[in-house]
Write a protein that binds this ligand. Sequence first.
Ligand code: ADP
Ligand code: MG
Length: 140
Amino acid sequence: MAVERTLSIIKPDATRRNLTGKINAVFEDAGLRIVAQKRTQLTEAQAGAFYAVHKERPFYGELVSFMISGPVVLQVLEGENAVAKHRDVMGATDPKKAAPGTVRAEFAESIEANSVHGSDSLENATNEIRFFFAETEIVG
Ligand code: ADP
Ligand code: MG
């Protein structure tokens, strides 16, 4: 296994309920290190471009609206096998299907307002990190 970096987003449903610290504790307890973090309000253009892979899906418009409905916390997480480890502790997209103890099982409100985003491959992680962070903002 190699040390990897992955992109995490704490979504507006979670920042609204003041859950940043509780979610960060799940990541840190899993051995992931937060090596960059910034709270921001995404623009419609940023959210639309970030989720462009989902453009053809029926929920795309609602997803973009949701992602700009409040602040998000953008993060780079680092650790052994970080991409898969992060996906594991996030849980399934649909919180009803997420394993107990995962972030989505504990905190998500719905399949859309599901509290967190995580890159789904190392290649996407690299691109998603670059979308939001300059190399100088990441301190390992
Ligand atoms: P994941 O975030 O688990 O990688 P996807 O990449 O498939 O899931 O979807 C991106 C995001 O779009 C999800 O996290 C969720 O916020 C939203 N989403 C996914 N499926 C649905 C759906 N059927 N209805 C509404 N929103 C959805
Ligand atoms: Mg995804």
